[in-house]
Design a protein around this ligand. Sequence first.
Ligand SMILES: Nc1ncnc2c1ncn2[C@@H]1O[C@H](COP(=O)(O)OP(=O)(O)OP(=O)(O)O)[C@@H](O)[C@H]1O
Ligand SMILES: [Mg+2]
Length: 368
Amino acid sequence: MNGTGPTIRFDRISKWFGSQVLAVDDVSLDIAANEFFALLGPSGCGKTTLLRILAGFESPSSGSVYLEGRDITAVPPNRRAVNMVFQSYAVFPHMTVGQNVGYGLRVSGLPRREIGRRVEEALALVRLPGYGDRRPEQLSGGQRQRVALARALVKRPRVLLLDEPLSALDRKLREDMQLELVRLRQEIGITFVIVTHDQEEAMSVAGRIAVMESGRLVQIGSPSEIYEHPRSRFVADFIGSVNLLDGRVTGTDGGVTALDSAEAGGPLRARLNGTAAPATGDRAWIGIRPEKLLVDRRQPSREGNALSGEVLEIAYLGERSIIHVRLDSGKVLKASCPNERRFDARGIAAGDRVHVSWSAENGILLTD
Ligand SMILES: Nc1ncnc2c1ncn2[C@@H]1O[C@H](COP(=O)(O)OP(=O)(O)OP(=O)(O)O)[C@@H](O)[C@H]1O
Ligand SMILES: [Mg+2]
């Protein structure tokens, strides 16, 4: 590998804890230079373990890790050009901000003046210039998180690992810090790998996302690929919200697969969108995102899938409402409708008979 190769390569990494827990299960993954990459998955799926293997705090049971073409599997953490920001942003309470940020440089024995210069530079990067003499308790939660970031950046790593760095912050502050992270990565031009179980966070900061399930990588792609083309019910359900209708394949014609679905009370059609056609007779599911469902009291005129049912309840969320519709089969679908006008519930109320429709393009065919 050379400068054009991936910055990070996981090559068939597995990690056992004892003989019972397989925390990482045969993961191979390349992350390119300057990527903002996210590892996403439910609690306990192995995200932190994979990050710790990359940082060198954990050694894999099998497989190798490469950094810029070099096998670093046996290299100790302090000799890797990788730095990690932990979930609980541990700033030392008895040190000033400047001492916190300069800590790693003092340990490596850099001259005082050089430390002072680099600490100021790191504080400027995280937009806390002149905060060096403050104490951590004089800072807000978001500012403390920035200090933790500055402390990781001051050593000028090639790769920054962020393990749930924003989970302690409230929602508004989180969103601000997400934008800050994106700006910071662009400004310093290094590779960021973030771990999160918050799908919106992963989608808003990362260029590519890897979804993990029980130690395995189940899908890698851009946020829109993962959202619009999930390859399994697990991914479809983990990233956003999805309605699933169970059925059996009755055939494929012109790139459109037909399904017979008891839950839908009849046939459904979904465009394949590049995936292989399933065999006739196989079990399959159609996934429909709530915002792609149209709810109307009138019969839809357009071609596509249309089902009828009764409105169970409407949850008003401000910018949108979630309409729960119980189909005649008993299956409940969720439709997300933007509230584009004030005082307008589209004339729909609980108890109404409605039609729910979506086009063949908007249904995701899933076989797993
Ligand atoms: N030191 C350890 N000893 C034994 N088991 C461990 C150890 N560290 C992690 N595990 C187990 O390995 C699995 C993966 O843990 P990991 O911390 O990587 O999950 P995670 O995806 O980061 O979860 P979370 O979102 O909750 O942080 C879990 O089943 C966990 O209990
Ligand atoms: Mg974790």
